[in-house]
Ligand binder design. Structure first.
Ligand code: F0G
Length: 447
């Protein structure tokens, strides 16, 4: 634990950007749930038997076997993390769309994650987010705030033409709107519509097991189904999935790019993998990483594990709600999202209210959170205008199997104390603004 004076200096040295803090200067780290969880005894045992062969590692074959068993996808490419999958897949989808006659291929999603959007743009596509309206009102409960607006997708297909759409990307759970689940019927409807127009369906599967758990809890049709059956039921609606295994793969590093049946596309993406990630049976990972991922994917589908995981997020969410702190309701699978536009209602988004809150929380308590709002949204690549953000949220992201509820008590108490001081917080402006993905390395000053 550090003192307030120490943290003030540390944050100043970090350009008032918690991403630039040293982790040793953080007391409880809720920056992300990505690769920050604890591996199990089984996974560590797996690490010991990793097969480090350059080509054809037995660890790769064990991983591919687990993928086939859980998701029923035939073709597996391991990658170093989620964005590795995006960078090898999206250029091929763009190329395919252009062969079908697309001039500027579109990617339609419930919501693209920030690096996902960046990879769409680097590949020459345009990313559009069609999140359902219920997600936008943080204070009202709705079961499926991650759903994609199907009517909007239908009208986009009608107006732009199906050939303009390179892919539909269903993000489960939907991180950017609060870790909110997508219902089984929404996945089915989106898939049916896309299939009818021969548009490939990509599942961004980072938090697939949490999404399956929510379906079991909230959809009576699935109350008696196993997590395995629900996972299979979701993935049958996709053609391809990309996965950051640093979330529900329960590993510190790793990812996947998998194809249900499309061997032609798989082979094209394999070629890209060799150039960008590594040979096709290791994709930038050590054999031991693939071994740990194969075990982690199975552990993530354990219902008892999922219950304790989601219950911890709910525990923190309930404490905050009881204290009257506005959060995205219901809380998501991996994080509690505090609505900074309500806490700091007089601060315009141009001064990054959620980032102000993250900074103040760090000073108050040594807890590190992250901004999901205008800062992350960035600028339009053509006009350079600030892209309008749907929300100004502070994400308190809970790593898997890492903290206890005592830690959550401390976070909640700190935040309650801080909210009383909110009117005194100072606005932020850039001292250094990177051109893209600016949240990671920007530096700020207070005004
Ligand atoms: N898709 C989603 C939905 C994500 O949340 C992330 C990463 C990625 C793709 C990219 O995966 O980091 O392994 O390259 N999300 C992390 C986060 C970084 O903090 O939410 P990656």
């Amino acid at each position: 634990m550090t003192t307030r004076a120490y943290r003030e200096t540390a944050l100043l040295n970090a350009g008032l950007n918690p991403f630039l803090l040293k982790a040793d200067d953080v007391f409880i780290d809720l920056l992300t749930d990505s690769g920050t969880g604890a591996m199990s005894d089984q996974q560590w045992a797996g690490i010991m038997r990793g097969d480090e062969s350059y080509a054809g590692s037995s660890s790769f074959y064990r991983l591919a076997e687990v993928v086939e068993r859980l998701f029923h996808y035939q073709h597996t490419i391991p990658v170093h993390q989620g964005r590795g999958a995006e960078q090898i897949l999206f250029p091929s989808l763009v190329e395919r769309a252009k062969q079908r006659g697309a001039s500027k291929p579109l990617f339609i999603s419930n919501h693209h994650f920030d690096t996902t959007k960046a990879h769409v743009e680097i590949a020459g596509g345009i990313a559009k987010n069609f999140i359902c309206k219920a997600a936008l009102d943080t204070s009202t409960y709705s079961d499926w705030k991650g759903n994609l607006d199907v009517a909007k997708l239908a009208s986009e297909i009608e107006q732009s033409g199906a050939e303009q759409i390179a892919a539909v990307v269903i993000t489960i759970t939907c991180n950017s709107v609060g870790g909110q689940p997508v219902s089984m019927s929404n996945i089915q409807q989106v898939s049916t519509l896309a299939r009818h127009h021969e548009i490939p369906v990509v599942i961004d599967a980072a938090r697939f097991a949490e999404n399956a758990y929510f379906i079991k809890q909230r959809d009576p049709l699935y109350a008696d189904k196993s997590i395995h059956d629900i996972v299979a039921g979701m993935f049958v609606n996709g053609d391809i999935f990309t996965m950051s295994a640093k979330k529900d793969g329960l590993v510190n590093i790793g990812g996947l790019c998998c194809f249900k049946t499309d061997k032609t596309l798989f082979e094209r993406v394999q070629r890209q993998c060799v150039i960008m990630e590594g040979f096709v049976t290791y994709g930038g990972l050590a054999g031991r990483d693939m071994e740990a991922m194969a075990i982690g994917l199975q552990e993530a589908c354990d219902e008892e594990y999922l219950r304790s995981r989601i219950a911890q997020v709910e525990y923190l969410g309930e404490k905050l709600q009881r204290a009257g702190i506005p959060v995205q309701t219901p809380v998501g699978g991996h994080a509690v999202f505090v609505d900074a536009s309500k806490v700091l209602s007089s601060v315009p988004s141009t001064f990054f209210p959620a980032q102000m809150l993250c900074n103040a929380l760090y000073i108050e308590s040594g807890v590190r959170a992250t901004e999901i709002g205008s800062l992350m949204m960035g600028r339009n690549p053509v006009t350079r205008e600030q892209e309008p953000a749907l929300f100004e949220l502070m994400r308190l992201t809970i790593p898997r199997r890492t903290y206890t509820n005592n830690h959550m008590d401390y976070v909640a108490e700190s935040l309650v104390r801080l909210i009383e001081k909110a009117p005194q917080l100072r606005k932020l402006v850039f001292e250094y603004e990177p051109e893209v993905l600016r949240q990671f390395t920007a530096r700020f000053k207070e005004i």
